[in-house]
Design a protein around this ligand. Structure first.
Ligand SMILES: *[C@@H]1O[C@H](CO)[C@@H](O)[C@H](O)[C@H]1NC(C)=O
Length: 216
């Protein structure tokens, strides 16, 4: 009986510690030690090791020939931003390009709904045109170009993306990310990375707890 219980207990320990290591907030919990013969997490097929130290932790192992446009809609927590990427042609094509790598910085739905204005609204439009700023065909075009700017501001033209590396966004302007207290923040703006939810052949999807600055 005892060996069985011991195995059960040790597999529980491994499971719960791996669980704690995976989400970004939980770092720095001690990572499972690979040189510990008795509790090597490799022995447990259900356990996903945290990502290499050069990126935020990830629950997503790289997948063969799957690309960003295949997976961007799969995460319920970012489905609002995912729908923007499908509405904006330039972003859709980028995510469909197998030969061009991209890091998508997708603000979580709650960050979008907390914005003081919709991503397709611009205070300057209201100042110039009043409450009808988005009425009719020209209003629709205006909203569309504002949404394009917002969405492209969250599309980083590189992947893999190393800590501290300044990279261009599709919308213009450079961003980088850094670790602080075990969490990752995109700069400028100090926007916390919640997690990396997809890693595919042409890039990664990172979930942000807020939105990045975009020109307006
Ligand atoms: C694109 O991403 C893949 C998967 O991470 C990587 O193997 C490849 O080196 C990247 N290519 C470029 C040009 O960064």
């Amino acid at each position: 009986m005892k060996p069985f219980k011991a195995i059960l207990a040790s597999s529980l320990v491994v499971t719960s510690s791996a669980f704690l290591v995976l989400p970004f907030q939980s770092k720095p919990s001690p990572a499972p030690r690979l040189n510990d013969h008795n509790q090597s997490p490799i022995m447990n097929p259900g356990i996903q090791l945290p990502a290499a130290e050069d990126g935020p932790p990830s629950t997503a192992p790289p997948k063969g020939d799957v690309i960003l446009s295949d997976v961007i809609g799969n995460q319920r927590g970012i489905n609002v931003f995912a729908s923007f990427t499908r509405d904006i042609g330039s972003v859709t094509s980028r995510l469909e390009s197998a030969g061009l790598n991209t890091t998508v910085l997708a603000p979580v739905n709650s960050a979008l709904s907390a914005l003081p204005r919709k991503p397709w609204e611009d205070p300057e439009d209201y100042a110039k045109l009043g409450a009808e700023a988005y009425d009719g065909k020209s209003g629709e075009n205006r909203a569309n170009s504002n949404l394009k700017r917002f969405t492209e501001a969250h599309v980083v033209l590189a992947s893999p993306w190393k800590e501290g590396e300044k990279v261009d966004r599709m919308e213009g302007g450079q961003v980088w990310w850094e670790k602080k207290d075990g969490k990752a923040y995109v700069q400028p703006g100090n926007i916390e990375v919640d997690s990396v939810v997809s890693k595919v052949a042409n890039g990664e999807v990172w979930v942000l707890k807020g939105v990045l600055n975009y020109a307006s």
